[in-house]
Design a protein around this ligand. Structure first.
Ligand SMILES: [Zn+2]
Length: 253
């Protein structure tokens, strides 16, 4: 399979979203690099110049917009390919001494031949938490989203933190609440650009909602009888997490 990226866009056939075959890639002069092989499908990838136009019948489409368009397996491979290609693109030189790095066989590692510094693909863990209080759940609308969508709280792990500590810190910072009884829910790689989202549920313990205004536009308890707001789609872990804890009477698409 050939994954051709232009920034965060993937080259696909315009109407069917099929990936370009080897003949097409060769015809337009792309030098794809193998990144890994499965028994039946070697995967190759390349980052092209931002000015490159798609060949006729093809289009560069935002990787994010292909969720639900590509099948799940292909989407997972595209996300993996994007993260590895982006890592290779941004680690061509040693971050410590500036020498060109070399690919180490059999692992995702770019090593500096001069000082031995090794660079691995970056993965940024983040937590997501849905807080429950009796029959209600806490959902928030973020200042950064242009939509009226409400979702669970989320935030990146900081150096030296356990993921549970991140949950407690972010919940307190974003909405001023104390929570307990953290339960692991699931995780999802999110290649925009390199997150690993780890989701939990938690129970409300104490405090009144006090939003961090630069990040949260609104946060409130939603319970039985409340109208359902616009919520995260089913493709994201936020969508699964909320759908697994819907207040009575809500039905989500
Ligand atoms: Zn070096």
């Amino acid at each position: 399979m050939n994954f051709v990226f232009r920034r965060d866009e993937l080259l696909v056939e315009e109407t069917s979203s099929v990936l370009p075959d080897q003949a097409l890639c060769e015809r337009i002069g792309l030098a794809l690099q193998p990144i890994w092989s499965t028994p039946d499908s070697p995967c190759r990838t390349v980052h092209v110049d931002p000015a490159l136009e798609a060949p006729e019948g093809y289009a560069f489409k935002k990787l994010r917009s292909l969720f639900g368009v590509l099948d799940d397996e292909r989407m997972a491979l595209a996300g993996r390919a994007y993260q590895i290609a982006e890592w290779a693109r941004t680690h061509r030189f040693c971050g410590a001494c500036g020498t060109p790095t070399e690919r180490v066989a059999h692992e995702f590692c770019l090593r500096c031949p001069a000082c031995g510094f090794s660079a691995y693909p970056r993965i940024s863990p983040a937590m997501m938490v849905l807080i429950r209080k009796g029959d209600s759940i806490l959902l928030a609308r973020h200042t950064t989203t242009a939509t009226s969508r409400y979702t669970a709280l989320a935030g990146f792990v900081e150096p030296g933190e356990s993921i549970e500590e991140t949950v407690h810190r972010e919940v307190y910072e974003e909405v001023g609440l104390k929570v307990g009884n953290l339960q692991y829910f699931g995780s999802q790689p999110w290649p925009f650009p390199h997150s690993l989202m780890v989701a939990f549920t938690a129970d409300y313990v104490s405090g009144d909602i006090r939003v961090q205004e630069d990040e949260i536009a609104d946060a409130r308890w939603f319970g039985p009888g409340d109208p359902m707001p616009d919520i995260a789609p089913r493709i994201s872990i936020a969508g699964w997490l909320i759908r697994a804890n819907l207040p009575m009477g809500w039905t989500a698409p």
